[in-house]
Design a protein around this ligand. Structure first.
Ligand SMILES: O=C(CO)[C@@H](O)[C@@H](O)COP(=O)(O)O
Length: 231
């Protein structure tokens, strides 16, 4: 196990506090059962190519009520443990792959939230039929390829799918949602929103076919929400 470089120790300590707190949002918003979800945040090193970056993620198999800043695990972007008393999340390789290949991404979240995962089981993208989908996802919420856990397959599928979409969420086939953001808080927001819109569209389809929105309207809404809303 390595050590945290002196110049990153304060940033890692803050990320541990932030990531521990953000994990509490997963059960709060009904996105997880037991330990079935994880949040990570990138900690940027001084190297311009990101080679010194680290990630802070939850320890594997620990319930959310037991998570503390001190229990958060630190890894390099190869997924190798740098600091921590427990094994990192079993999805660390996927998070690390995303950070290595999407330099703008500062946070990654994975859940098995019910409605989003139901769409993933059907391998059906969530259509852009709500202004909230246009706002947050900029179009349909895509399906990523089926991939087994244990190597870079899931991470590769996330990156290859999201590179072709404005969406910060991908529904990995037969698995569940992964979301990205400029930081972990943005990725958690996307995880909350993808479950909400997946549920709404599911309910809408019980009584008929939701009506897709015009692309021009989607673009207008996305631009406003991403660049004006909340400023
Ligand atoms: O679904 C899986 C593994 O198949 C994981 O996402 C989930 O169990 C969470 O694992 P971790 O507790 O983060 O290692």
């Amino acid at each position: 196990m390595g050590t945290i470089p002196e110049n990153l120790r304060d940033a890692v300590a803050k990320a541990r506090v932030d990531v521990a707190a953000l994990h509490a949002e997963l059960p709060r918003w009904g996105l997880v059962v037991w330990t079935a979800g994880n949040v990570s945040q990138r900690v940027r090193g001084e190297a311009a190519d990101g080679s010194e970056d680290l990630l802070v993620i939850k320890p594997s198999g620990v319930t959310y009520d037991e998570l503390t800043p001190e229990s958060m695990v630190v890894c390099d972007l190869e997924g190798t443990l740098v600091d921590g008393d427990r094994s990192p999340s079993s999805d660390t390789a996927a998070h690390a792959y995303v950070y290595r290949h999407m330099s703008d991404v500062g946070g990654v979240v994975h859940t098995h939230s019910t409605y989003a995962t139901a769409w993933a089981a059907r391998r059906e993208p969530v259509p852009c039929v709500l202004t909230m989908i246009a706002d947050e996802f900029g179009g349909e919420i895509p399906i990523g390829p089926f991939a087994l856990i244990g190597d870079d397959s899931i991470g590769r599928g996330i990156v290859e799918t999201l590179r072709e979409s404005r969406s910060p969420a991908v529904l990995m086939a037969n698995h569940g949602p992964f979301t990205i953001g400029k930081d972990a808080r943005a990725a958690v927001k996307a995880a909350v929103m993808v479950e909400e819109v997946a549920r709404t569209v599911h309910i809408s389809r019980q009584l008929g076919d939701p009506v897709p929105m015009a692309t021009s309207d989607v673009d207008s809404l996305y631009d406003r929400y991403q660049n004006v809303y909340g400023r």
